[in-house]
Ligand binder design. Structure first.
Ligand SMILES: Cc1cc2nc3c(=O)[nH]c(=O)nc-3n(C[C@H](O)[C@H](O)[C@H](O)COP(=O)(O)OP(=O)(O)OC[C@H]3O[C@@H](n4cnc5c(N)ncnc54)[C@H](O)[C@@H]3O)c2cc1C
Ligand SMILES: Cc1cc2nc3c(=O)[nH]c(=O)nc-3n(C[C@H](O)[C@H](O)[C@H](O)COP(=O)(O)O)c2cc1C
Length: 646
């Protein structure tokens, strides 16, 4: 039975019949120093084909590797790429998906390796990295057109069955489209027809070199969301020019040239789901070519509605397929409640988000899916040689994940939780209006626990006696952390509320001072401001929420900008009935009026409890916040591996 008939209807992209309407977004992984795809990279892409996507798109691949975007990406002007490309496309095809590849020229965003340090663009100026931009003449235009065609040909030799031209996000082609960067007066500048000319030449060259049975998709930014950049109305005109020339028009958003616009490119958790769909919808109304939409899409029912209502013909998923590569297959089989949701924390992309992070880390990781970036090595994990009795103490995300994985490995599992519900500290995050997907994550984990043959002991505080009674072979401590209470005069006042608790929102006064501007303090402050409170956040360090993934931090700071007062380098010295006294770096003391003081100065591991359990079973493992207060990522990953390692 087909639960989402539109989503799982086939689609013809000559000569291929796509098995459904889901494309796996281009999401590059770092390769060898030459940019070749590693075995890890192949396994990373393969998983999304195995999970059921119809098209799996390899991320940024350079048509001119001397002007790379951010290092170690596939060089399509180097035949050395072929063996790893063939291995990767084979791996995608053997699961019934069509391998595609994203063809990219960085233009004025290239971190060039040319000896003269020059970069090429539509108009002269200074490049993003401070280099001189050489305005491309007809000869250079011809070279670039050729480079795209040759790259597509190389990709085809490598087993790629279609391609995606990158015409968005601020890379070379969008530099030509955008009035921000194209100031030419010749046949390549001025009108949108002229600015689109190079794209048409590239399409023609690819057709000439790859033949008719090689579908071409073009990725555009529906709106650059940047002052002076491409607006939707003009992208619609651009799409009309491309109509019928390409096989699929893919509508993303924003440009890398504007940092905050990036929040639309990788939609932050503060934006609504499917926030870019309206861009695709407007373009679809103007063209006959099928249109693909992307951005913050997580739920099959929502995807079905988009297709059903004719807003788009295809859905592209990025982070959702990192969180759960099996999303398509789960949805097709009616098992959508088991999909691990992407929580849009943007950890995955922030790790490599150069130049804003000091160094790209060069590995893929997903907070909610421990396998991502470890797909290859996980094939070699030794399956446990026998059934063990595994006792997990603590029903937070770490403990639940450990119990789920241990049960899947065939062990006898007992999960004990002190409180009356599963979820641990994560339930506090659920009250925040932008954490709907985190709430869903908790629900999915709880559901998985209930679906498995796990003996669940709720409302059970584990002590060494309880462990001895159960007598497990393996004891996993996942007892979490508790709020750190600093020694500040007035800390025990009635007006002090702890952020890491199930506080009563109705009891919070109108004026709130949050002590501690880490990630929790900032997010809680934003949440309270959303409830209509006047919020001041005081942070001792130079930077607030310094522990947040870069793109999440950027989104959070933007949200805070207009809703709270945030002061850094301010140390709280005393809490009174009426507020908080604090000193700044110059030693000046100031009073901040407050009806309620929210304490968010961190957590401390339940070390004593952990130590009391240490010698109660033959094997003992400590995971999550009780090892070191961190995030749901450490909890879930350690939970998973602690069970896999049994
Ligand atoms: C307000 C707030 C918001 C947060 N938001 C986010 C977020 O958005 N993203 C993110 O990644 N992280 C967030 N965190 C951090 C995240 O919640 C924790 O890192 C994560 O929950 C740790 O998981 P855990 O399983 O190790 O421990 P916990 O979630 O703390 O779970 C430990 C469990 O053990 C139980 N327990 C304790 N002692 C015993 C015992 N003796 N016997 C039985 N059970 C016991 C506790 O009752 C609890 O349920 C937030 C934290 C707070 C306070
Ligand atoms: C880890 C990661 C890598 C990405 N790499 C690329 C890339 O190589 N090329 C590209 O055009 N977009 C890239 N993107 C953007 C995605 O293709 C997609 O447009 C974006 O994540 C929004 O979709 P989503 O909300 O479904 O994640 C990347 C995104 C992520 C999360």
């Amino acid at each position: 039975m087909n639960h989402f008939p539109k989503l799982f209807s086939t689609m013809k992209l000559e000569p291929y019949t796509l098995r459904n309407r889901i494309e796996s977004a281009p999401m590059g992984v770092h390769g060898t120093p030459e940019g070749y795809i590693t075995a890890e990279g192949t396994a990373y892409y393969e998983l999304r084909a195995k999970g059921g996507a119809a098209i799996v798109t390899l991320g940024e691949s350079m048509v001119d590797s001397k002007g790379t975007s951010h290092g170690r990406v596939n060089p399509l002007d180097d035949p050395g790429i072929l063996p790893s490309l063939i291995n990767t496309t084979d791996a995608i095809k053997r699961h019934g998906a069509v391998p595609s590849i994203e063809l990219l020229h960085a233009g004025i965003r290239s971190q060039t390796q040319r000896p003269d340090g020059a970069v090429y663009g539509p108009s002269a100026g200074t490049s993003f990295y401070g280099k001189k931009i050489i305005e491309m003449g007809e000869a250079e235009i011809e070279q670039v057109v050729n480079a795209f065609g040759n790259a597509a040909e190389m990709a085809k030799l490598g087993g790629v069955q279609m391609c995606m031209i990158h015409g968005g996000h601020g890379w070379l082609l969008s530099q030509w489209f955008s009035p921000l960067h194209n100031h030419r007066k010749d046949r390549f500048g001025g009108s949108i027809e002229n600015r689109a000319r190079i794209a048409l030449m590239i399409i023609e060259d690819i057709r000439k070199k790859c033949g008719p049975n090689f579908p071409i998709e073009i990725r555009l930014s529906g709106d650059e969301f940047t002052e002076g950049g491409m607006k939707l109305e003009e992208t619609v005109e651009l799409a009309k020019i491309l109509d019928g020339k390409v096989d699929l028009i893919h509508v993303s958003a924003a440009t890398f040239n504007d940092r905050t616009a990036g929040l639309r490119m990788f939609p932050s958790m503060f934006l609504p789901r499917g926030c870019n769909v309206y861009l695709a919808e407007a373009i679809k109304k103007a063209v006959k070519t099928p249109v693909n939409t992307v951005g913050a899409l997580n739920y099959p029912a929502h995807m079905e509605e988009i297709l059903e209502s004719g807003k788009a013909d295809m859905i592209t998923l990025g982070r959702a397929l990192l969180a759960d590569p099996y999303l398509p297959e789960k949805a097709r089989k009616g098992n959508e409640e088991d999909i691990t949701p992407c929580i849009r924390c943007n950890y995955c992309i922030s790790q490599n988000f150069t130049p804003y992070v000091k160094y790209p880390r060069g590995v893929a990781r997903c907070v909610v899916n421990p396998i991502i970036g470890r797909e290859y090595e996980s094939r070699f994990v030794q399956v446990s040689d026998g059934k063990k009795k595994v006792m997990v103490v603590g029903g937070g995300p770490g403990g639940m994940q450990a119990a789920i994985t241990a049960a899947d490995q065939g062990h006898e599992v007992i999960l004990c939780e002190k409180s009356k519900r599963l979820g641990g500290t994560l339930v506090y995050a659920e009250r925040e209006y932008f954490k709907e997907d985190t709430k869903k994550l908790t629900e999915v984990l709880i559901r998985r626990v209930h679906e498995r043959p796990i003996r669940l002991m709720i409302d059970t505080e584990v002590t060494p006696e309880v462990v001895r009674e159960i007598s497990p072979d393996v004891l996993i401590a996942a007892v979490g952390a508790e709020p750190f209470i600093p020694d500040i005069p007035g800390i025990k006042n009635k007006n002090v509320v702890v952020a890491a608790s199930m506080y009563d929102e109705d009891a919070i006064g109108k004026k709130v001072v949050v002590i501690g501007g880490g990630l929790v303090g900032c997010e809680e402050g934003l949440h309270l401001a959303h409830l209509g409170k006047e919020v001041t956040i005081l942070e001792m360090l130079e930077k607030a929420a310094a522990d947040a993934p870069y793109l999440h931090w950027l989104g959070l700071m933007r949200e805070l900008e207009n809703s709270v007062r945030l002061e850094t380098r301010v140390k709280c010295t005393r809490i009174t009935e009426g507020g908080v006294l604090a000193v700044n770096e110059k030693g000046e003391e100031r009073f901040y009026e407050a009806d309620t003081v929210l304490l968010a100065v961190g957590l401390k591991s339940r070390t004593e409890m952990v130590e009391s359990l240490r010698n109660c079973a033959p094997d003992f493992v400590v995971i999550g916040d009780c090892l070191r207060p961190a995030t749901v990522m450490e909890a879930i990953h350690m939970g998973y591996f602690s069970a896999m390692n049994i």
